[in-house]
Design a protein around this ligand. Structure first.
Ligand SMILES: Nc1ncnc2c1ncn2[C@@H]1O[C@H](COP(=O)(O)OP(=O)(O)OP(=O)(O)O)[C@@H](O)[C@H]1O
Ligand SMILES: [Mg+2]
Length: 695
């Protein structure tokens, strides 16, 4: 064999190896001529395309395998350009191949020009399976129904779905690669988020997989979200899906608010019980203190007047005596020593009397002080009782507008000049059942508070309006029932309150005012009065933004009475017979002394049975029964019924430490009876008795 032969043989062997390599390669390959005809293909291509080698080689143009017209144009373009400059077009791309049977396959195509020729060799990779997974993954990502993103380690958004685009306010294109996840995190939550992100990269389980944060949308709106994050296995990417819990969160906050409200009203309720209990006992004690000090005052006055008169008379008589008996003064010893001693004694007495008369007058002034102090204490207990809803109200149908119109003058006199008062009354305001005096008390307390909140002046606005509170409203406002209400609104342009102060203002003794300036009972009283009227009060306030109080009182169909005048000019004393029935000895004695002092004849009994006994055996007429209501054994009302059988024309006045409403509520005393609540002031008390006796 010559060298040449050997070389030829080696080339043939090599050619054979190349051919086998080409033919048996598992990667489908084709050799493409300039005119798109496939001049060579291997077995793997046969299997991929469904065409036989015979059908392909030298006959088939690759163009027949591309059915997407637009894409075909692009491929053709590449094909021709590549022949001019191989680097001007992509060497790899994907396309959809149509096989002989008409199936479509996803192919990744890789093309190289054979050097020195116009031919190219193409490798085709079937990526149909891979593509399918990708599509499915995309469909899942897109259709989870949750805003989702894939982010890289720098938190740049790599992929975003439509839900995310809708939530963020930016399109998918504006998100992907162009925005960071942290762009959407509320600045107060940002540090925490960043930490989680960092920790998760160090240890996949190093940060919570789910957490809450606030999402800031393009338009600035803040939504509450739960984020659920996982790292994508084997990569530095993580996938985050969000759930919008804003509505839930708001409902939760609303619930919390209601709960706080409930808690608040329960707290006030229990403080109310306590305060009410104390105030009630206190009132009985005060009744005694006030009664006795008034009696002492009267006694002292009588005593003072009596001694003053007698002393003056005595002095005058002695002066006359001395003028008539001038010689007495000049007479030496031996005159009548008894008379002389008596005269000395009298002169001494006159001096002492003068001193004592001064003392009695001062004692009278002290009794006056006791009375004043107990009146102030009575005022305090009245406020506490108001808060505890245990005071006696005189509920009558009335119109808030009339009260406000009448009260305006009083307000103008009371409120500082640098606070202007604006009153806007709704023309057709409905009537309510209320105690006029108490409503004035409310307006006054709220106005004074408003004034205090505006040290540099401002505006006090009082408004009334008809309101229908529907179930929507009442559901979110504890203890309000749906219906028609008259609203009384009192606003100021003052300092306002923070939420901490706001949550405590109705508590008795809560005040932010310096010591000695506020008792902290103003709003507690207001609260109690309103509750007793079955109304409600709400406050709206923020620091620096003023305060608005809104009061809702249920409306009534009843019309206001034509004025019920109480100011008849009745005397206070009399000589009629009054039967006092009172189980508390102190109070009974005190009342008895008080009435006797006014000239009345008094019969006393400590209970109903005793009273019946006395009434049965007493000869004269009994003009008035003055009775406590709640007593052991027979109550005041039952006693009255019994007494009426034997004393038909007897009148009655009931007194109690309990409010009238409670008594009538328990069926003890109906409306229409004469009634006074303890403690009573003597003048009011005797005035009322006189009025009843004269009626
Ligand atoms: N209109 C208002 N503006 C700002 N703060 C107010 C207003 N009304 C009430 N407050 C706050 O509520 C607190 C309690 O008010 P409340 O009327 O019960 O007591 P007070 O005014 O402090 O004392 P009192 O009324 O017994 O003299 C006040 O000390 C004040 O802090
Ligand atoms: Mg006040």
């Amino acid at each position: 064999m010559t060298d040449q032969d050997a070389k030829t043989e080696i080339r043939e062997i090599n050619d054979g190896i190349y051919r086998d390599f080409f033919e048996y390669s598992r990667i489908p390959m084709i050799l493409v001529e300039e005119n798109t005809i496939i001049s060579l293909c291997n077995r793997a291509f046969e299997a991929l395309s469904g065409y036989s080698i015979e059908e392909v080689q030298g006959k088939l143009s690759w163009v027949t395998m591309v059915s997407d017209v637009a894409f075909l144009e692009k491929m053709k373009n590449y094909h021709y350009k590549r022949r001019i400059d191989p680097f001007s077009v992509p060497a790899e791309y994907e396309f959809l191949m149509t096989t002989r049977s008409g199936d479509q396959k996803d192919i990744s195509l890789s093309i190289t020009m054979l050097p020195g020729t116009k031919r190219s060799i193409a490798f085709l990779l079937d990526i149909t399976e891979k593509k399918k997974n990708e599509t499915w993954y995309k469909a899942v990502f897109e259709n989870t129904g949750l805003p989702s993103i894939i982010i890289n380690s720098e938190t740049t958004i790599i992929n975003a779905n439509t839900e995310w685009a809708l939530l963020s306010g930016y399109s998918i294109e504006e998100n992907e690669g162009r925005r960071r996840w942290t762009d959407f995190v509320h600045h107060e939550d940002l540090e925490r988020m960043r930490n989680y992100h960092r920790m998760r990269r160090l240890d996949e389980y190093g940060a919570p997989r789910k957490y809450e944060f606030r999402f800031v949308r393009r338009n600035g709106e803040i939504r509450h979200m739960i984020n659920s994050v996982t790292m994508i296995q084997g990569s530095s990417y993580s996938i985050a899906s969000l759930m919008d819990i804003t509505e839930l969160k708001e409902a939760e906050m609303e619930r919390k608010k209601l709960e706080d409200q409930l808690q608040q009203s329960r707290k006030l309720e229990s403080i109310g019980h306590l305060a009410g209990g104390i105030a009630h006992d206190f009132n009985n004690m005060l009744a005694a203190i006030m009664g006795y000090s008034q009696i002492i005052q009267l006694r002292l006055k009588k005593c003072h007047d009596f001694f003053l008169k007698k002393n003056t008379d005595l002095k005058k008589m002695l002066d006359e005596y001395f003028i008539q008996n001038k010689e007495y003064k000049n007479s030496g010893p031996g005159t009548d020593t008894v008379l002389s001693n008596l005269l000395d004694l009298l002169l001494d007495c006159i001096k002492t009397f003068e001193v004592e008369i001064g003392n009695v007058a001062r004692a009278g002034e002290m009794a006056e002080e006791i009375l004043k102090a107990s009146q102030r204490a009575g005022e305090l207990t009245r406020k506490l009782l108001a808060f505890a809803r245990k005071q006696t109200l005189e509920l009558k149908p009335l119109n808030l507008n009339n009260i406000l119109t009448d009260f305006e003058k009083m307000l103008l006199r009371t409120i500082r000049e640098n606070v202007s008062i604006e009153i806007n009354l709704s023309e057709d305001l409905g009537n309510v059942e209320a105690d006029a005096g108490q409503i004035e008390q409310i307006v006054l307390n709220l106005s004074l508070n408003a004034q205090d909140a505006m040290p540099d002046g401002g505006k006090l606005i009082i408004r009334t309006e008809n309101r229908f509170l529907d179930e929507n409203y009442t559901r979110s406002h504890d203890s309000v029932v749906p219906g028609y209400y008259s609203m009384l609104e009192i606003s100021d342009t003052g300092a306002g309150m923070d939420s901490n102060t706001k949550s405590r203002i109705f508590e008795p003794f809560f005040t932010t005012k310096e010591q000695g300036r506020g008792t902290g009972l103003g709003l507690a009283t207001v609260y109690g009065i309103i509750k007793q009227h079955r109304g409600s009060i709400w406050v709206y306030s923020e620091p620096g933004k003023g305060t608005t109080f809104r009061i809702y009182l249920p409306q009534t169909d009843r019309k206001p009475d034509i004025t019920d005048d109480y100011t008849g000019d009745h005397g206070v004393s009399g000589d009629e017979t009054i039967l006092i029935v009172e189980d508390q000895e102190q109070v009974r004695n005190m009342t008895s002394i008080m009435l006797k002092q006014q000239g009345y004849r008094v019969l006393e009994a400590e209970n109903g049975h005793k009273a019946l006994e006395i009434a049965g055996s007493f000869d004269g007429k009994i003009h008035l029964l003055l009775s406590d209501v709640v007593m052991p054994g027979m109550n005041g009302r039952e006693l009255y019924n019994e007494l009426l059988k034997i004393r038909q024309d007897m009148k009655s006045l009931f007194i109690s430490g309990y409010p009238r409403e409670i008594l009538s509520h328990h069926g003890i005393l109906d409306e229409g009876f004469n009634f006074m609540s303890k403690p009573v002031l003597m003048a009011e008390f005797t005035g009322k008795i006189r009025k009843i006796l004269d009626s």
